[in-house]
Design a protein around this ligand. Structure first.
Ligand code: ACM
Length: 524
């Protein structure tokens, strides 16, 4: 046993033997953390020694870059609850202090989101070309620390990070998740927790599915009945809900502070029963001037009257109000499963609505069916189902977002015993969710046509945050890795070891995750 002790421990061996042993265990754990990161970094070289957070540690940032100072405070705030230390953020002064340095570098090869992290026993240096890279480097630091760093109450430590260097940047520019807040509504606090979880895995996009047959979830000032009436229920008949524009702005800002872009989706011309019930004049069918609110889960029965000019005035108002409070570049127009819209009318509708969205300064995203229309050069098709549509989109010069239902729909059950979820696209166990490569997903469509990947969670059967977490975890970390890490060398057998160890972090974050039998969970 003694040969494992450090010289320091040998000197004081007897009185502090216990502390030295746990020190050794802590060193072992820190070394393991260095090779357990999710998503896996591009290059990571372990070094010698350890950096330990202590009450003399400071974070230093260039005070001339306000973003760096803010990121320093964000890091300090993350570390405070579990360490009990209020690590100060100081101006960088080149001193020999024991510190975590945050610096912007002119190394443009790191791109918008890459970072370079050097950990030595006296200092951590985190460099990036842009602030987002510092943010992702901070997420890496969180995973290099003991998992108890994520706890909300004070923990004993010690707070070691293994020395080494990591140079890292994402494979895809867009990485994220879609949350359906229409089938069941989730309030601002849930959305913020979801954003924090995405950020932890270096995801940068939250697509909010804000309207569907069962509910309209965003205040539109010119059309107040959309939320007063159309937002008043949800699947199963519960009370529903909606975001005021102020609450939506709060979500957008919370996301932006974490380098996450919100993509608002208003699904049309199908999936519009909540809007049609609120404003019957948007409906073509004179036999049904008063459509009822809908609380079931069938799809494909509703459509706007795409030949009625009033509908385009409505769409213009909705796009204008949402675009005005959405700083991100995108507006998602849905476009899926419009089974009762005549095909020619569907095409004309998509063509015209793209123009409205562009006029309000936003780039169009639509589900893959929009590729059957004439896409504008900067429109984006989100591939979920019909494998002929990605080719149609790419032939028109459009880019793709990948959300293949058979691999990336997190509302699909893990297996036939899963209490929640559906299985119309199949069962998606954790390995099925991980074991696919964007490069070979669609015949003859290469990754140069792909912006990235978005894993959707539809919420027909999902009632609360606990349900959300159970379906999302542990699949989401795998999607994050497909989006971020190089495909080269990817293997489920290797990943499942890291994922098994990652149980400790998920536990510390109080995530209600599915304990797949295909993974050996390290916290058991
Ligand atoms: C979809 O699942 N209808 C996009």
């Amino acid at each position: 046993m003694f040969k494992r002790l450090t010289p320091f421990c040998m000197l004081f061996a007897l009185p502090i033997l216990h502390a030295c042993q746990s020190g050794n265990a802590a060193e072992e754990a820190a070394r393991q953390a260095f090779t357990s990161l999710i998503p896996r970094p591009v290059e990571a070289s372990p070094g010698e020694g350890f950096f330990t957070l202590t009450d003399s540690t400071v974070i230093s940032a260039d005070k001339n870059v306000p973003q760096l100072e803010r990121l320093g405070s964000y890091l300090s705030g993350l570390l405070q609850p579990s360490t009990g230390m209020a690590i100060p953020v100081k101006a960088e002064d080149g001193s020999g202090r024991h510190r975590i340095r945050l610096m912007l570098t002119s190394d443009s090869a790191l791109g918008q989101e890459g970072y370079f992290l050097q950990i030595a026993d006296s200092m951590i240096t985190l460099q990036a070309h842009q602030p987002a890279g510092i943010f992702y480097g901070i997420q890496t630091l969180r995973q290099l620390l003991p998992p108890s760093i994520e706890k909300k109450e004070r923990q004993p430590g010690p707070w070691l990070l293994a020395a080494g260097t990591i140079r890292d940047q994402p494979a895809f520019a867009l990485r994220g998740s879609m949350l359906d807040v229409a089938r069941h509504f989730f309030g601002v606090a849930d959305i913020k927790r979801y954003i924090d979880l995405l950020a932890y895995y270096k995801m940068n996009t939250l697509h909010l599915h804000l309207s569907d047959d069962q509910g309209w979830r965003i205040e539109i000032k010119k059309w107040p009945r959309l939320t007063e009436y159309g937002g008043s229920t949800q699947v199963g008949g519960g009370k529903g809900g909606f975001y005021t524009q102020e609450q939506y702005k709060e979500i957008v800002q919370y996301a932006a502070d974490r380098f996450i872009t919100i993509i608002p989706e208003i699904d049309m011309p199908g999936h519009t029963n909540a809007a049609l019930a609120s404003y019957p004049e948007l409906n073509c069918n004179p036999k049904d001037p008063n459509p009822k609110l809908y609380t079931g889960i069938e799809v494909g029965f509703s459509t706007f009257c795409t030949t009625n000019e009033k509908v385009y005035g409505f769409v213009e108002d909705v796009v204008q109000e949402i675009a005005a409070i959405t700083p991100g570049p995108y507006f998602h127009m849905g476009g899926d499963e419009s089974h009762v819209t005549p095909k020619e009318e569907y095409i004309q509708f998509v063509n015209r609505v793209q123009g409205i969205i562009n006029k309000h300064g936003k780039q169009v995203i639509g589900w893959d069916e929009i590729a059957t229309a004439t896409l504008l050069p900067n429109s984006i098709a989100q591939y979920w189902s019909d494998s002929t549509n990605p080719k149609r989109a790419v032939q028109q010069g459009a880019k793709l977002i990948l959300s293949p239902a058979k691999r990336a729909y997190m509302d699909m059950q893990y297996d036939s015993t899963t209490r929640l979820g559906l299985h119309w696209a199949g069962y998606i166990e954790v390995d099925d969710a991980y074991n696919w490569d964007p490069a070979t997903l669609v015949d003859s469509v290469g990754t140069e046509h792909m912006l990235g990947i978005v894993a959707p969670l539809w919420t027909e059967t999902i009632l609360n945050m606990e349900d959300i977490e159970y379906m999302v975890f542990p699949r989401l970390p795998g999607y994050a890795e497909i989006g971020w890490s190089p495909a080269n060398g990817r293997s489920w057998d290797e990943y499942k070891q890291r994922l098994g160890r990652h149980a400790r972090q998920m536990q510390a974050m109080d995530i209600n995750f599915y304990r797949s039998a295909r993974v050996a969970w390290a916290d058991k």
